[in-house]
Design a protein around this ligand. Structure first.
Ligand SMILES: O=C(O)C(=O)C[C@H](O)C(=O)CO
Ligand SMILES: [Zn+2]
Length: 276
């Protein structure tokens, strides 16, 4: 498991491209038949990818957590971005099609990840945060997630935001998770931008054509920087940073948050005219 330490905004002003990418970009979350885990010290969120092709993968952090099992003190949300998946939680199997989400709460001992068909393998993205109580395992399809139409064609940011794990959806202790899909011809996410100093955020950009890129905007509003992001790469967004992006084409991303409160709308909007 890779460890990512926190950074402070004053130091980040001095970072060059290489250092920004090292701290905030996760370039390789998917290797065939492997589980990849990145432990961020931002709210101790673990971000990961699993690509089970010819074998089942066990959710396991080895010696990394020094707990008896992964979910002893944690909760987790899985999003399937590939072919049909099967996730077995303490012996009970849940089937996930593309864009289905499964929440698994604290206390579940054994979580196994598999593809239903190795010629069309599942790809699972997941985020895990610390949890203080046990909550039911629950699956939600994209159709059941609450769609919110945002933006407009005129401002190139027409998109649909689907909330899965949040106060009015799948219940969790602190984890929130959803998916935002840009309409054809729209390229901007989260513009106008915002910060939420009370919560960190992680993004996975996916469903991008091979040659396309997203320029992910980050940094303090008065000190913006960017990361050039390819398909199925993820970013960590510190609480003090804006998180917004513009693509060379449209794209979809998964966003997830953990931190102080459980209020999706707790955001301090920063207009484009205020950014530097
Ligand atoms: O397109 C958007 O706007 C988003 O998806 C915003 C994220 O959900 C977010 O930043 C939540 O804090
Ligand atoms: Zn946000």
């Amino acid at each position: 498991m890779e460890i990512r330490h926190t950074t402070n905004p004053t130091d980040v002003k001095q970072y060059d491209t290489e250092r920004l990418r090292k701290e905030f970009l996760m370039e390789n979350l998917y290797e065939k038949d492997e589980l990849k885990l990145v432990y961020s010290h931002y709210d101790r969120m673990i971000v990961g990818g699993a690509w089970p092709v010819s074998k089942e993968l066990l959710l396991d952090a080895g010696d990394g957590l020094r707990t008896e099992y992964f979910l002893e003190r944690r909760e987790i949300g899985f999003l399937n971005i590939g072919g049909p998946a099967s996730i077995t939680v303490d012996g009970e199997a849940y089937e996930l099609d593309k864009l289905d989400v499964l929440y698994v709460g604290k206390g579940k001992r054994e979580v196994k990840l598999a593809s239903k068909d190795s010629s069309n393998p599942a790809k699972l993205y997941f985020c895990s945060a610390l949890a203080h109580k046990e909550l039911p395992t629950r699956k939600m399809t994209r159709e059941e997630a609450n769609p919110l139409n945002l933006g407009a064609q005129e401002t190139s940011n027409e998109r649909v935001l689907y909330k899965y794990i949040h106060a009015d959806g799948i219940q969790s202790c602190q984890l929130m998770l959803g998916v935002t899909s840009l309409q054809t011809g729209s390229v901007w996410n989260t513009m106008p931008s915002h910060v939420h100093d009370r919560r960190m955020e992680a993004y996975l950009y996916f469903d991008m054509a091979e040659e396309t890129r997203v320029f992910h905007m980050m940094g303090e509003p008065s000190q913006t920087r960017h990361l050039v992001v390819a398909n199925e790469q993820a970013i960590l967004s510190p609480p003090w940073s804006i998180h917004s992006g513009v693509g060379t084409s449209n794209y979809t991303f998964c966003w997830s948050m953990a931190g102080e409160n459980y209020t999706f709308t707790d955001m301090d909007v920063v207009q484009a005219s205020e950014l530097k």
